[in-house]
Design a protein around this ligand. Structure first.
Ligand code: SF4
Length: 204
């Protein structure tokens, strides 16, 4: 039986070419690499299929990079699951070697690894972020279901650089969360509303 080398392979849920649906880079041509594995356990998670790494194939990093290069993306977005459950050093090294711009979407719940041009930090109350994330953040995005999430958002905002862009995103299934986010942004001009345009457009 062939042994898989976990330094050269990563468990992958899917890869796809689309546009970034949210945040500062919304609408930009992007190649997505969705890694398997997450131990955060958000009850409203829309990618629960990603949680168990054993359900997904180990793909060679070299093949992921080749696939990304073929799509000529403006950015490559590493997402999950929780990508920082894995050492991302080799994946980002090889992507950058090809001249690609590399972004990360993470809850920050595991030690930081890899070399990124942009880091979207979405901290979750269900598993506290690791201290190593705070100095890496480019934008902060907090999902809001109820008012405790607004306090959580401010708690995390206090730990990132002052120039980090701050977003609040209403939890998709909870109707009252939209009003909560709207009112908070109207009352606090340093925050922005995050809209998931890919869900509105019905694309990935
Ligand atoms: S951190 Fe992301 S992938 Fe993990 S449970 Fe929460 S929403 Fe789902």
């Amino acid at each position: 039986m062939t042994q898989i080398n976990y330094l050269t392979h990563l468990p992958i849920v899917e890869t796809f070419h689309s546009v970034q649906g949210e945040g500062t880079w919304m609408g930009v041509n992007a190649f997505f690499i969705r890694l398997a594995g997450c131990d955060v356990g958000c009850p409203w998670c829309d990618t629960k299929i990603s949680w168990n790494t054993k359900r997904h194939p180990q793909i060679a990093i070299m093949d992921l990079v080749t696939e990304a290069v073929k799509t000529h993306p403006a950015i490559v977005i590493i997402t999950g699951g929780e990508p920082l459950m894995h050492d991302l050093t080799e994946l980002t090294r090889q992507l950058k070697e090809q001249g690609l711009r590399v972004h990360l979407e993470t809850s920050g719940s595991h030690p930081f690894s890899g070399d990124f041009d942009w880091v979207t930090f979405s901290p979750k109350q269900f598993k506290a972020p690791h201290d190593s994330i705070y100095q890496q953040v480019s934008e902060l995005k907090v999902v809001v279901k109820d008012s405790s999430d607004l306090a959580w958002a401010e708690q995390n905002a206090a730990r990132v650089s002052a120039n980090v862009v701050k977003y609040l995103q209403a939890e998709w299934e909870t109707k009252s969360s939209k009003d909560l986010v709207m009112q908070y942004v109207l009352d606090h001009a340093d925050w922005r509303v995050s809209v998931q345009t890919h869900k509105l457009l019905g694309v990935r």
